[in-house]
Design a binder for this molecule. Structure first.
Ligand SMILES: *Cc1c(COP(=O)(O)O)cnc(C)c1O
Length: 415
């Protein structure tokens, strides 16, 4: 008779999996950052020994600084004083408040849809909505852009449906995959507007045309565009006047809106079916009033904040210009996302470490599985609050650090 595994076996096993990550140079270390209201992009960094140091954040997804906006902070504080800390239950059992209803209505309006539905996060909204909608349709086939976010991939897996991955933004490939499937089968095309790691934008209109031709539902993740693009911050589909052509528009309250939570907006029937069937919506405690109240204030504020949106774009353009002038190679993007390609996990991490420790610049290394292997990068996200001076300092520091990191790559290749 063989022996049962010991406790040590499990410990050793998991330790070895961590070792794998160290060997590949992609073990993740989180920087301990304390953001301070009114100081963004400056913040406090704490080393493991508890030493505090002022640094500048260059990789926040609180793209417009709304997490610190007085309108948002007031709304959060008012709601917590008035309504308390938690929602007190799932949406079904005592957890639905007026805050939920008001925000869902506001989000539906933001995207010109009949209805909205809140989730604990953008991740959960993608996983739940894609998973549920596709699973409910018999014989459904999903067509998914190869660069789609992990949460969409998880939703597709959960649906158990047949899936086809089309090459990134490749309409021809999408079309040929659609051609390979019986016309009568229900279909869903899942894609993003702004791809967060490359900063490029999907051909939304063309994908909608194709979807119409083949009778497919369209599911668009606008997580990296909501609040920042369009006449009222509805995202790229808003900016391009395409919102009515999309069946589901998904977004987050955690990035440009500055808080946390996710949502979908769609027709009444689609929202009602997800509300009624999605386990990730049903079996979890509702978002708390304070978050919702802050999010409502943020969404409303950004609906008319075209000046802030313009400033954000102007700052991103300036950063690209300053970096390019200093000879720093950036990926050419049409958005606020400015990636500096490194192409090696160790060099990427090392560059980031030096920037933080020596120069007080915080930009987290982006390694696999967030991006494909060999495309490791630093992903800069300028905000309306990064000044020319901040940018010139960043450029100078990158200039010093980037070439210095190169020899490591050679050593590694020889070894
Ligand atoms: C961050 C992100 C999500 C998840 O949103 P959270 O609210 O952070 O869970 C979904 N889709 C994309 C493309 C993202 O980058």
């Amino acid at each position: 008779m063989s022996q049962a595994q010991s406790k040590e076996y499990y410990e050793r096993f998991f330790q070895a999996r961590i070792e794998d990550l160290h060997k590949e140079g992609r073990y993740r270390v989180f920087a301990n950052i304390e953001r301070m209201v009114g100081k963004y992009p400056k913040a406090l960094f704490r080393t493991e020994d508890g030493v505090e140091k002022e640094i500048a954040i260059w990789c926040s997804n609180d793209y417009l600084g709304m997490g610190h906006h007085p309108v948002v902070i007031d709304a959060v504080c008012d709601a917590v004083r008035k309504n308390g800390a938690g929602a007190g239950g799932t949406r079904n059992i005592s957890g639905t408040t007026n805050h939920h209803i008001a925000l869902e209505k506001e989000l539906a309006d933001l995207h010109d849809k009949e209805a909205g539905l809140l989730f604990s996060s953008g991740y959960v909204s993608n996983e739940s909505a894609i998973g549920t909608l596709a699973k409910l349709m018999p014989d459904c086939v999903i067509f998914s852009d190869e660069m789609n976010h992990a949460s969409m991939i998880q939703g597709i897996r959960q649906s158990g449906c047949e899936k086809y991955i089309f090459r990134h933004n490749d309409l021809k490939h999408l079309r040929s995959l659609l051609d390979s499937v019986e016309r009568c089968r229900p279909k869903m095309i899942a894609f993003e507007s702004v791809y967060s790691m490359d900063g490029d934008i999907a051909p939304i209109e063309e994908i909608c045309d194709i979807a119409e031709e083949y009778g497919a539902l369209t599911y668009l993740d606008e997580v990296h565009a909501v609040g920042m693009y369009g006449s009222k911050g509805g995202g790229i589909a808003d900016q391009r006047g395409l919102m009515n052509r999309l069946d589901v528009i998904e977004g987050t309250l955690g990035k440009a809106f500055g808080l946390m939570g996710g949502y979908i907006t769609a027709s009444q029937a689609i929202v009602d079916v997800v509300r009624s069937y999605a386990p990730g919506f049903i079996f979890t405690t509702a978002l708390p009033p304070a978050i919702l109240s802050g999010a409502l204030a943020s969404v409303r504020h950004l609906k008319t904040a075209n000046d802030l949106r313009e400033k954000h774009q102007e700052r991103a353009a300036m950063l690209k210009q300053i970096l390019t002038q200093r000879g720093i190679q950036i990926m050419d993007t049409e958005t606020h996302i400015v990636p500096v390609m490194i192409g090696d996990p160790r060099i990427c991490k090392q560059t980031s470490d030096i920037l933080l420790e020596r120069f007080g610049i915080y930009v987290q290394p982006i390694n696999y599985p967030t991006v494909p292997r060999g495309t490791e990068r630093l992903r800069l996200t300028p905000s309306p609050f990064h000044t020319d001076e901040d940018m010139r300092y960043l450029a100078d520091c990158l200039k010093k650090v980037l070439p210095a990191a190169k020899p490591v790559r050679l050593v590694r290749q020889v070894a």
